[in-house]
Design a protein around this ligand. Structure first.
Ligand code: HEM
Length: 253
């Protein structure tokens, strides 16, 4: 091939890599430099750490890891041996290590449970060597993410959104301090560190009801004169501006 042709060929490859979305190009690069190993369920089953076997692997969310360095957990006789040689993603969340619980069917998990599962995945990515992908529920025969995995990813995004929302609410309305003794009775009060939220304001205690449940918890409100909150109530027998309220027979929320 003439040098000019080499340049044209090379330039079009570079241009193509430039034009296609970056995740595609990195996938292409990855598949060129180190093709991802794909395992079948049957193949993975062989890696359960039995004496004379080829090794000790487990899969989580379809990602296979070499866990032989954790032999005491996953090897024969280990507390988590049931997870070896298979994808038992559900058990990471439920703690159900019976044969029925050792399954990769995680379709019933809530968004916050899906976050727990991804935390486990991050643990394996940090502590163990990746081996490849398991063909099945999460990856196709060509190693592409399945619709089930993509659905799970969107549930994870929902989980992250809910978690951020809960954290924002905790910062807006931190929990009160509380104490109770038979001699003095109970009280709730606010401080600049109550609810584990370090802040510059102290706030005043209010009962915050969770809609529908009829249950309330004590939260500190920075400015109780701000927008009316229908789910919020003052403590009876306590000045609206007081930072500490006695509990006259009310439960510590
Ligand atoms: C959802 C429930 C649970 C799951 C999915 C789970 C899973 C695991 C896994 C996968 C490991 C091995 C981690 C590694 O590779 O280093 C582990 C270790 C361990 N787990 Fe659990 N576990 C659960 C509940 C519990 C409970 C309730 C206890 C205590 C009563 C416990 C005590 C331990 C201990 C002591 C270790 C060993 C830590 C070490 O030696 O490094 N686990 N767990």
């Amino acid at each position: 091939m003439a040098p000019g042709c080499v340049c044209v060929a090379l330039c079009s490859v570079l241009l193509a890599l430039f034009l296609i979305p970056s995740d595609w190009s990195s996938e292409l690069m990855a598949s060129r430099s180190a093709p991802v190993r794909l395992l079948t369920k049957q193949e993975l089953r062989g890696y359960s750490g039995e004496r004379g076997g080829p090794g000790l692997y487990l899969s989580i969310l379809g990602q296979v890891f070499d866990v032989h360095s954790g032999d005491r957990h996953y090897g024969p006789g280990g507390a988590y041996h049931g997870m070896a040689g298979k994808d038992a993603s559900l058990a990471f969340v439920t703690g159900d290590f019976t044969p029925a619980g050792l399954t990769d069917d995680v379709s019933a998990l809530s968004p916050s449970q899906v976050l727990v599962l991804y935390d486990w995945l991050a643990f394996y990515q940090k502590d163990y060597k990746p081996v490849g992908r398991l063909i099945g529920r999460f990856y196709s025969e060509r190693g592409r993410p399945t619709a089930a995995l993509m659905q799970l990813e969107s549930r994870r995004s929902e989980g992250l959104r809910l978690k951020a929302q809960v954290q924002a609410e905790r910062e807006q309305f931190p929990a009160c301090n509380s104490e109770w003794s038979a001699a003095l009775g109970g009280r709730v009060w606010c401080s600049t560190k109550s609810g584990g939220i370090d802040r510059v304001w102290t706030g005043v205690p209010r009962k915050l009801y969770s809609p529908g449940s009829g249950r309330s918890r004590c939260v500190c409100v920075e400015d109780p004169t701000a927008a009316e909150n229908p789910n919020m109530q003052e403590y009876q027998g306590c000045s609206p501006r007081a930072a500490s309220c006695p509990l006259g027979g009310e439960e510590v929320g």
